[in-house]
Design a protein around this ligand. Structure first.
Ligand code: HEM
Length: 173
């Protein structure tokens, strides 16, 4: 059970205690797993990878499409950039890694879309009492701490005049 706890700690996102070697602990722990346990672990990781990868990208794409529908000038500029790169690629729509690097406006649109309405929270469990002098508060061991991702991304310095929507001059990119 201690072994499973060890791996759980390494994979659950629980903050690492200073000096703790999660990497080697995990490797040691894996050596003692039964085949059934390893199978369960691999399946769980596969499922995690699948859900972490699909939900985020589909949400990100939906946001980009939403922004393009509301900002036709952005949509037009993006379309032209894609068409130019396809033309440079000899008319082949199958762009390889190097060709994709030329889509610099696309990069900005995606980043700005994710900033404007992207990840709004990240949670961590505090593993030891931690004093924050700026606010004179001690976060107690065991408390779940949520990072205000949305608040950070909507700081005036990042979002200019378009806090709730797309900052179409891409000043923050
Ligand atoms: C726009 C797309 C994506 C966004 C915004 C995103 C965001 C994030 C964030 C914020 C975390 C950290 C969560 C936390 O530590 O509490 C994370 C972790 C993770 N993401 Fe993504 N992600 C994206 C795409 C993907 C894709 C495509 C995959 C896999 C194919 C993926 C797999 C993972 C995995 C496995 C973790 C856990 C990593 C770990 O803690 O060991 N993500 N992602």
């Amino acid at each position: 059970m201690q072994i499973i706890e060890s791996v759980k700690r390494a994979t659950s996102g629980e903050a690492v205690v200073e000096g703790e070697k999660i990497g080697s602990q995990t490797i040691e722990a894996l050596k003692a797993f039964s085949e059934d346990e390893i199978e369960t672990l691999v399946l769980a990781q596969g499922l995690n990878l699948f859900s972490a990868g699909t939900d985020t990208t589909s949400h990100g794409l939906a946001l980009c499409i939403h922004h393009m529908a509301n900002n036709r000038d952005v949509q037009e500029k993006l379309y032209n950039e894609v068409m130019d790169v396809i033309e440079e690629n000899g008319g082949d729509q199958h762009l390889d890694y190097n060709a994709l690097q030329k889509l610099t406006y696309m990069d900005k649109v995606i980043k700005e879309s994710l900033r404007s309405q992207g990840i709004s929270f990240l949670e961590r469990k505090c593993t030891k009492d931690y004093y924050i002098p700026e606010v004179n508060f001690t976060v107690p061991k065991g408390m779940i701490v949520t990072t205000a991702g949305s608040g950070i991304m909507h700081e005036v310095c990042f979002c200019s005049s378009a806090c709730g929507g797309l900052n179409t001059d891409f000043a923050s990119c």
